[in-house]
Design a binder for this molecule. Sequence first.
Ligand code: S3P
Length: 425
Amino acid sequence: MKKILPMTHGLRGTIEIPGDKSISHRSIILSSLGSTPVEVTNFLAGADCLSTVACMKALGTKIERTAEKILITGHGLHGLREPENILDAGNSGTTLRLLMGLIAPQKFLTTFTGDDSLRKRPMARVIKPLSKMGAAIFGRNDNKNLPITILPTEKNLHGIFYEMPVASAQVKSAILLAGLFADSPTTVIEPAPSRDHTEKMLAAFGARLEKIGNAIKIFPAEKFTAPEKISVPGDISSAAYWLVLATILDGSDVTIKNVGINETRTGILDVLKDMGAKIELLNEKISGGEKSADIKVVAAKLRGVEFGGEIIPRLIDEIPALAVAAAFAEGTTIIRDVGELRVKETDRLAAIVEEFNKISPETFTATDNSLIIRGGRKKFFAECNTRADHRMAMSLSIFGAAANGVSVDDESCVKISYPNFFDVF
Ligand code: S3P
């Protein structure tokens, strides 16, 4: 249990945030396919990325970790070996879905499992395209939930042309990774652009990709050369809590250092600015195709806004934090097309409505696919349940700090993406 007191002053100074979770996962997976050592700095040592580390070690990759960096040495494109045990992806959808794509073309058998949350999440969305490529994958029940077994492939997978029904970077990445090993090119079409870290990093390793509109075509790998270094920018999804808290707390003036600002991730900046936030990007730079900047934010009065459609995949993980901002805005905020939130670490639409309303009653309502927030209502101290979801724990914490305090039942789940969140707080 963690009790957060109301904050009596704004946030001031500078904040360092941990490395980007999505890029950290990909740095381990792609480096495992190289044959020379890769030094990854600012790697996020959160529980999700450590699940990827454990799985890749079990598949034969050499991974050495110190406090500052992580060194990964693979055995080449065809150097993965059969794991001796079931691979456990823990709470991490990214670990599981990306590794399903990596394992589908392999000539050995692999079984995956995960924690209570991951075992309930939909995996048919990955199994379907990989099966079309020729993989043999079996899941539990009609929903094809974990545990999932991938049989050894006898022949190479074949390239496919696949239109994804949902915009999901995890599904897209699984197909692209499998496509590296197929006998012909693979094209995947997204309904809206999702985060493109896999494409950017694959290109940095020398893989051949072509992008036309929302279609991405990957060619079977001929050369795959690991860079000597990967420098992971800070995670904008972790910066989101401070962006929102600094905006809603009077007197705030903070700079968040070295935040990844890849355009497929910056929807939160666009929406907060539309709401009236004062946000400025400083010291922009680029490394390995990924842009980063320091973000300066000062307190501002917010107004309700309406958004949906193409912007949603660009801010999908930030909706709980944005919902907090909307509760402090004047007027109503309507967020459309967010049904995907129902299949995250928990049903985040239900969690927001049930838990956030304890702090600000009659503020949050949801339909199947949208979230409505009536800003400016009275706020109270409340005892809230995180549902073991890291993003709920952090969003509830900033909500309580800006309102009349909150107690959260389980603070340990922040270890998934932001292990030192409460120390920074
Ligand atoms: C991620 C993709 C998104 C996101 C998740 C990380 C990734 O999931 O919500 O936190 O690293 O590819 P979906 O692919 O399910 O949208």
